[in-house]
Design a protein around this ligand. Structure first.
Ligand code: PLP
Length: 385
């Protein structure tokens, strides 16, 4: 390995752009026209945007008409998490948001709800949303204020642990509420079907799938009950999200969605074998290593671990100096390595922190070997110190 050669093992932060997505972006950038224009140029771009909508809908078993394109998952979360809903033309209030403690900040911040109208739902030590606690919270929900809304993720971005979304839907619906599912880290890693999950809304992000950054979607199960728009203006996206669409980003998103939907099982079996090999290799190097969620159902690409005595930021820098990009938990705020709110929620000593390795379709055995060689060197240095 040359000094400049890097090994990228941070696919949950963002996936490298797929060649097919790059090609689709470049081809769309060369097209002139506004998708809302009625002339030939505009119509060609409208066709491209609608084809992208079909591809993204197909990834999650939704109707194309139920896909609203946004600038990413964070915007989709801020669109859907609002007290202000319409049932057809009739205003309908959502009174309170119940959001799991391990949500990404895009949802945990509560979108457009006032702080006092947001309650976090705890998770168990196993890193799974506590359904008994949710049930109790919803029993105490004040219906006079409006419907309850529940937000959970399908796969956690730090641990990869899959959440009991269907059971959550059952509880939310029994209490007359709505369920929002963040499927950002699940799409392309496990099958995702909005009907099977019984989610009312589902959130997706292009760049986690190998599409370009700056594109995402809010997918709904129906069209009758919809949130008030976050961005008002020219009425694009049926008025749900105004502003001229970004056809290049959407074409790339669609290419990534097509890739994610194809050969999922075979791809995942290969990635799971790499991840399992990586975890076995870490255990051979040291029996100190704690792999979080190892006994839980997880997406196949993620490994979140702690080494007693090794702070996550020190570990992350040590791996970076070895030419390996991994993450200390989530990587969503400008270079900041904070304590893992997920580990805290799971009752671990979060001051220590965790390190996340996340793989993807482009990951190879050589990547895992390089990681393990670096891991052994870091462990030996730590022992010597
Ligand atoms: N939800 C989860 C689970 C994520 O991991 C991320 C990004 O890290 C987001 C939401 C935000 O996605 P975006 O970057 O598209 O705003």
């Amino acid at each position: 390995m040359t000094k400049t050669e890097r090994t990228y093992l941070d696919w949950n932060a963002t996936a490298p752009l797929l060649p097919a997505a790059r090609q689709a972006v470049l081809a769309a950038l060369d097209m002139t026209g506004n998708p809302s224009s009625v002339h030939g140029e505009g119509r060609a771009l409208r066709m491209l945007v609608e084809a992208a909508r079909r591809d993204v809908a197909a990834l999650v078993g939704a109707a194309p008409a139920h896909v609203i394109f946004t600038s990413g998952a964070t915007e989709a979360a801020n669109l859907v998490l609002t007290p202000d809903y319409r049932m057809g033309r009739t205003p309908l209030a959502v009174g309170h948001l119940y959001v799991s403690e391990i949500e990404h900040p895009a949802l945990r911040e509560g979108g457009r709800f006032a702080r006092e109208d947001v309650t976090t739902v705890p998770v168990t030590r196993a890193g799974i949303v506590d359904l008994d606690a949710l049930e109790t919270l919803l029993q105490g929900h004040d219906k006079a204020k409006g419907l309850p809304m529940v937000a959970v993720m399908l796969a956690n971005n730090e641990t990869g642990i899959l959440q009991p979304v269907k059971a959550t839907a059952e509880i939310a619906h029994r209490h007359g509420g709505l369920l929002v599912v963040d499927a950002v880290q699940a799409a392309g890693r496990v099958p995702v079907d909005i009907e099977v999950l019984e989610a009312d809304f589902l959130i997706l992000s292009s760049h986690k799938l190998g599409g370009p950054k700056g594109a995402g979607a809010l997918v709904s199960r129906g069209e009758v009950l919809m949130p008030a728009p976050l961005i008002r203006g020219g009425g694009q996206e049926k008025g749900h999200r105004s502003g001229t669409e970004n056809p290049a980003a959407l074409a790339g998103f669609a290419a990534a969605a097509r890739f994610a939907a194809a050969d999922l099982a075979a791809r995942n079996a290969r990635i799971a074998a790499l991840r399992d090999g990586l975890e076995a290799g870490m255990r051979i190097a040291t029996n100190d290593v704690i792999v979080h969620g190892v006994d839980a159902e997880r997406v196949p690409n993620t490994s979140f671990f702690s080494l007693p005595g090794l702070k996550s930021e020190t570990g992350q820098i040590a791996f970076d100096l070895e030419g390996i990009a991994i993450s200390a938990g989530s990587a969503c705020s400008s270079g900041k390595v904070g304590q893992s709110h997920v580990l805290t929620a799971m009752g671990f000593d979060a001051a220590l922190g965790g390190l996340r390795v996340s793989l993807g379709p482009g990951s190879t055995e050589a990547d895992v070997d390089r990681f393990l060689a670096a891991f052994s060197r870091i462990v030996s240095r730590r022992r010597a110190a």
